[in-house]
Write a protein that binds this ligand. Sequence first.
Ligand SMILES: Cc1cc2nc3c(=O)[nH]c(=O)nc-3n(C[C@H](O)[C@H](O)[C@H](O)COP(=O)(O)OP(=O)(O)OC[C@H]3O[C@@H](n4cnc5c(N)ncnc54)[C@H](O)[C@@H]3O)c2cc1C
Length: 380
Amino acid sequence: MLISKISPYDVIIIGAGINGCCSAYTLAQAGLNVALIDQDGIAAGGSGAAGAFISPKISKAGELKGIMGEAHAEALHFYTTNFPQFTLVKPLLHIANSPQEGEKVESFKHETHIKHSNIPHKIQILLSDEAINTPSIYFDIGAVVDAQGVCHAMVEGIDFYPRKVENLIHHDGTWQIGDLNAKHLVLAIGAYPKLLPIDYVGLRGIWGHRIDIETSTHIPCILHHHVSISLTSNAGVVAIGATHDVHYSPFSGEPYDREQGRAQLLEKASKTLKLNNINIINDYTGLRSGSNDYLPMLGSLVDAEAVLQKYPHLRHGERVDPSEYTYYPNLTMINGSGGYGFVLAPYLAKRLKEFIAEGKEINPVLSPSRFFPRWAKRQS
Ligand SMILES: Cc1cc2nc3c(=O)[nH]c(=O)nc-3n(C[C@H](O)[C@H](O)[C@H](O)COP(=O)(O)OP(=O)(O)OC[C@H]3O[C@@H](n4cnc5c(N)ncnc54)[C@H](O)[C@@H]3O)c2cc1C
């Protein structure tokens, strides 16, 4: 076993995507001593690829809608207050991308408290016939953040260790990760291999491609339709994103077809408006890590082997109160944000801070262990 050479931290965070960086920032702001680890650098995974739009999720009533609504309001306030230099605020036009979404947009319009109005004439004249004749909602305020810029800014002054974590050791009340140790461990590893036997955590990686372009067409607001099209906080740069490719995995060893991705993005963008004199200046690709029930994940992880040993009848569907489960000590997972990682990160990081620093309970609806009983039943 490695002996720690470095003075102990309060928290070690594995993964420096938006969830890891925002957690590091929020915990450090609360006075905790934080170490951040990533095998590829800051915002090198899915987070670096994100268009990073801070947009409301157009969803029907329910748990997800409530959480996403709260997260969206908190995120707008968080980025515009703490990182205004990386945040561009513009109106946002959301156009439905299918008849089913059209119904959702219409009912969202009637229920939402988010300020919206009619599409201004100067925007209407830019839109294609398809876009203008489809249900849409024009929000007075939307935002897009510079994904890599904001992640780097969040972790300024925080100890960063560029390394791949191979295994997790808990000994004498501390987590030992190589030569680092801490009481608390946060797993913010997105769609990467899970590091623990937690197969019950229902996550899937969805590959995405976004491009930055220059164009002579003026884009007056953030547009979401078949893809998103928007100015960015980098002057003159327009972002178009993103594809949703459920078939490609970077872990398969197969090369990714970048030209096909680019063509798909430009073809989808052309359904919203005509972009003139396009020059592609950058490609970004990565995996979003989505949960099976679309809710994000924040909470403790069940030690499946220990629990199945204690309650073997879980395999036959016996109900056990989750408070009776054995959990990995002082270990919290933050994950499963799907295409809304930048919207959800400030909301999740705040609740993580309240849990670790103030002992406040996390909403059990977010628990990554919510998938455990159903998984256990399939183990017979
Ligand atoms: C193309 C695209 C566009 C998107 N657009 C938006 C958008 O407009 N708005 C929005 O809110 N969200 C958007 N998203 C979603 C958002 O990017 C994700 O929800 C977010 O990146 C998830 O962040 P994360 O920190 O959980 O994971 P990641 O960013 O994937 O970070 C996980 C990190 O963990 C590290 N790691 C994993 N295992 C180990 C290990 N063993 N040792 C060391 N390091 C490890 C990885 O290297 C990685 O850097 C988009 C995503 C993509 C791909």
